[in-house]
Design a protein around this ligand. Structure first.
Ligand SMILES: NC(=O)C1=CN([C@@H]2O[C@H](COP(=O)(O)OP(=O)(O)OC[C@H]3O[C@@H](n4cnc5c(N)ncnc54)[C@H](O)[C@@H]3O)[C@@H](O)[C@H]2O)C=CC1
Ligand code: BAL
Length: 505
């Protein structure tokens, strides 16, 4: 049990595996994991890493909860929806303290965790709670008389599909939006009648552990939701290669996503959904409506969560006639960003999540300088204690430079000049990634052409990061496959069963 004092809150969090609604405290000591506060570099606490054996126990519990123990798969759909809504209400009532825990553990400004992460967690859960009794199939007319049966008349055949739960689903999560991204998967997965084993990122497990407490409190049947937090190569691998897990839903890096896919294939060929990295383009035409607003949007698109977003607008293409002005306005905005304690409401940018991430981002900045991108501002570690990096802007970046090609996952902006519509589209599509993108223009023709031709799972026009539970989320190319959020997510967590009935007298 971890005891914390955060602001005026005394918080107690069970930090061991959560299996069958119990905390797995009574096992041999295993390797401990230190939780470091990225804003102070001080220890928040330690917890025991989960083991492969705990993964096995969690999977058994989840499997039994489908039918035998808890009837999650077959329970009244209304009751399932009611439980999800009850959890949403409970999270909402705790959202202030959960936002503080998230900011303490991960380092994101409290302004972001409270107003965006927590609000999205609740609205996503409510959205999917409403779906439990609406995940229907289709009736399908036959196009020709079946040849395999002695049937002369289609009218006596009824064909329909059902969306049925897949079974036990493992959810593997990253550290950048620990609870928000968990809920993107957990809510549709449970709504569709599956049971889950959750593996949070081992460095940011606290809000997931806290959520487990609420799951038990609101009365979820034992085994429906299980949590095992430990190292990726141990717990993540045990899940990916498990013979009794039916599906993996993974969000994280492209590198690890590939490993998960291979382990899933080589074990029981379980289904896999992958939400991976990004290097998202923003294309700004000189006919955009309000340049100041576009600069502000682009600034948020990159510097949100200290640049640690898969959706970061990390390649900003600006038409040459407004390029210099854009760079000048961006520099003025970025220089005024307030770095500070993530728990203070005035803070706009917190630290990077870990020393590893800090070093990785600083290395990319060095590469940018060496490859002769023009450093406009920032470019170094901040003087503050903690893993802070000065918000950094590079101008005159070329698509061939490393900083324009690789996902930096930090507060490093690349500004690139273009002239024509075709050139902008071609440049935007040079990336191996294809998660999101944006175009700013008042010309509806350009908006339609660019949004059609940019190869990404989502394109915003004259806005950025407008994310809703009802809108599908997922990538093309190396950004993965499958969709989180929206009714499309329900397809990720159900199998389609076809039933063909031939009427006989
Ligand atoms: N497309 C999307 O919606 C999003 C994608 N991301 C991506 O996530 C990455 C950052 O998150 P990280 O936590 O650093 O990613 P990561 O890929 O290092 O880790 C993700 C999860 O996989 C686990 N893991 C590590 N090794 C494993 C293995 N061998 N087998 C199974 N699981 C393993 C980790 O413990 C963690 O829980 C970025 O690339 C980012 O773009 C992040 C948020 C959203
Ligand atoms: N804000 C949700 C996912 C991401 O940008 O990483």
């Amino acid at each position: 049990m971890l005891k914390l004092k955060i602001k005026e809150y005394d918080v107690e969090i069970h930090t061991s595996s959560f299996i069958k609604n119990e905390w797995w405290d009574h096992v041999d000591p295993n390797e401990m994991i230190d939780l470091i506060n990225p804003a102070t570099e001080e220890l928040i606490g330690t917890y025991r890493a989960a083991t492969r054996e705990e993964v096995d126990l969690a999977v058994v519990a989840a499997k039994k909860a489908l039918n035998k123990d808890s009837n999650w798969m077959t329970m009244s759909l209304l009751e399932r929806g009611r439980l999800l809504n009850k959890l949403a209400d409970r999270i909402e009532s705790e959202s202030e303290v959960m936002a503080l825990i998230e900011s303490l553990n991960m380092g994101k400004p409290i302004f972001e965790s409270e107003n965006f992460d927590m609000k999205q967690v609740v609205s996503t859960l409510r959205y999917f709670a409403g779906w439990t009794d609406k995940i229907g199939g289709k009736t399908i007319p036959l196009s020709s008389v079946s040849q395999s049966v002695a049937q002369s008349d289609n009218s006596t055949i009824l064909t329909y599909t059902k969306q049925v739960p897949i079974g036990v689903v493992a959810l593997i999560l990253p550290w950048n939006f620990p609870l928000q991204l968990l809920m993107w998967k957990l809510a549709p997965c449970l709504a569709a009648g599956n049971t889950v084993v959750i593996k949070p990122s081992e460095i940011t497990p606290l809000t997931t552990f806290y959520l487990a407490q609420l799951v038990k409190e609101v009365g979820f049947p034992p085994g429906v939701v299980n949590v095992v937090s430990g190292f990726g190569p141990i717990v993540g691998d045990a899940l990916s290669s498990h013979m009794e897990i039916d599906k993996i839903s993974f969000t994280g890096s492209t590198k690890v996503g590939k490993m998960v896919q291979v382990a899933a294939t080589n074990s029981n060929l379980k289904q896999v959904s992958l939400e991976l990295g990004g290097k998202s383009p923003i294309i700004v035409f000189d006919d955009c409506t309000n340049l100041d607003q576009v600069v502000l949007d682009s600034m948020h698109a990159l510097f949100w969560n200290a640049g640690q977003c898969c959706s970061a607008g990390s390649r900003i293409y600006v038409q040459s006639s407004i390029y210099d002005l854009f760079v000048q306005k961006m520099e003025a905005l970025v220089k005024n960003r307030v770095l500070g304690d993530p728990l203070e409401v005035t803070t706009q940018q917190g630290p990077q999540v870990s020393k590893t991430q800090l070093d990785s981002v600083l290395n990319y900045i060095d590469i940018g300088i060496k490859q002769k991108a023009r450093l406009v501002c920032g470019g170094k570690r901040s003087d503050r204690k903690g893993y802070y990096i000065e918000p950094t802007v590079f101008a005159d970046v070329k698509d061939s430079m490393t900083i324009a090609k690789e996902e930096i996952f930090g507060p490093v902006m690349c500004l690139i000049k273009f002239d024509t519509v075709d050139e902008a589209i071609e440049k935007a599509n040079t990336s191996d990634y294809g998660l999101v993108g944006a175009v700013y223009t008042r010309d509806v023709n350009k908006a339609i052409i660019v949004s059609d031709r940019v190869k990404s799972g989502l394109v915003w026009v004259n806005t950025y990061n407008l994310i809703e539970a009802s809108l599908p989320w997922g990538g093309f190319k190396s950004s993965g496959g499958g969709r989180d959020l929206s009714q499309y997510a329900l397809m990720e967590y159900t199998e389609t069963k076809t039933v063909v009935i031939s009427a006989k007298f």
